[in-house]
Design a protein around this ligand. Structure first.
Ligand SMILES: *Cc1c(COP(=O)(O)O)cnc(C)c1O
Length: 357
């Protein structure tokens, strides 16, 4: 199947904005983009120039990191931007829909809403460990479904759906794009789904430097997909999505030395996750801890609000998930530095934690 068959038909033959950096390569004298010929006062770094829309060196580094070809990669302002662009490219307002699980990351539904696309959800049950089957998903897919978002490991549950990716891609062939959000894959036991890209041209994968690579402030996220899909997404993206200082920060974060540090930190986070999982499971006010594969754990308490407030009184901010469907009593607690995790445990282990007020 050609994944472009699923694109909004009104975008056929779409011609992107011919930005200066798209139509010409920088020369000794650049008078093509109405930029200032001077650097900003006191700053020789060249910020007076528009950046490349997709800097080749960064694309190469990220393609190496993810084990794909540069033409299979679009880099944008976080994976959030890629989510938005995918929905805009594939979903006609008032007609098409996306499918995802519930609970999951909130941005799929938000981006669909902004585009006027329906968001259909497959509920996954906390008591069943958030288990999901291909049949559950396919029962929700109809002829207007264009994208199926599967977050694995899932935020906020931490559930790993890796085993589902291949059968789901098989079931969706010719029907919809499967978008696997791997924002937390670095912390998981399983490998990225990139190895399935050659077999499934309707598979798209989201990766980000915001979590394991410690660059949330730089907003660098990648969409990995068939090169035809990447060309389309790059065409509808804003002309210069990547600020020069962010590109430089990303390149520094991808040096061999930085990557070695990241690998060490991932190991620390995974050890801490295991330590917290065990310790929290034994806390009196904790009803359940799910064995998450991300850099956070989902915890059910006797009273989420009471524990939230107690943690906050000790200067610790966590995420209250109790208003999410199926997550009554739940907090999502990120894995911090070992000393920070000790502080969380000290509050949870103190006698009145989690007990209803
Ligand atoms: C944090 C997160 C993202 C956001 O990534 P950015 O690259 O920072 O936009 C994407 N997906 C999930 C599931 C996340 O939790």
């Amino acid at each position: 199947m050609n994944p472009l068959d699923l694109v909004r038909p009104d975008l056929a033959g779409f011609v992107p904005y011919a930005s200066a950096r798209r139509v010409g390569t920088p020369a000794a004298v650049c008078l093509d983009a109405n930029e200032s010929p001077w650097s900003p006062p006191g700053d020789p770094s060249g910020l007076n120039r528009y950046p490349s829309p997709q800097p080749a060196a960064l694309l190469t580094s990220l393609a190496d990191l993810y084990g794909v070809e540069p033409d299979q990669l679009f880099v944008g302002r976080g994976s959030d931007e890629a989510i938005d662009l995918l929905i805009r490219a594939f979903c006609r307002a008032g007609i098409d829909n996306i499918v995802t699980v519930s609970p999951t990351f909130g941005m799929y539904a938000i981006a669909a809403r902004v585009q006027g696309a329906q968001c259909r959800t497959v509920p996954v049950d906390a008591e069943a460990g958030f288990a999901l089957s291909v049949d559950d998903v396919m029962a929700c897919v109809d002829e207007h479904t264009r994208l199926v978002f599967l977050c694995s490991p899932n935020n906020p549950t931490g559930t790993d759906y890796h085993a589902l990716i291949r059968p789901l891609a098989e079931a969706l062939a010719g029907r919809a794009l499967l978008v696997v959000d791997e924002a937390y894959i670095e912390y998981a036991d399983d490998d990225s789904a990139t190895s399935l890209l050659d077999a499934f041209p309707h598979l798209a994968i989201l990766r980000t430097l915001s979590k394991a690579y410690a660059l949330a402030g730089a907003r660098i996220g990648s969409l990995i997909a068939a090169s035809s899909v990447i060309r389309l997404i790059a065409a509808i993206a804003p002309p210069y999505p990547l600020p020069t200082p962010c590109v430089e920060a990303a390149q520094a974060a991808l040096s061999a030395a930085a990557l070695a540090t990241v690998a060490d930190r991932i190991a620390v986070t995974r050890d801490e996750r295991q330590r917290l999982y065990r310790a929290m499971s034994n806390c009196a006010g904790v009803l359940r801890v799910w064995p998450g594969q991300g850099n956070f754990l989902l915890v059910r308490l006797g009273c989420a609000r009471t524990t939230y407030n107690r943690l906050l009184a000790h200067g610790i901010l966590v995420r209250d998930m109790s208003a999410q469907p199926g997550l009554a009593g739940c907090l999502r607690i990120g894995i911090g530095l070992p000393a920070e995790n000790d502080r969380v445990l000290a509050v949870l282990q103190s006698p009145s934690a989690g007990v209803a007020a």
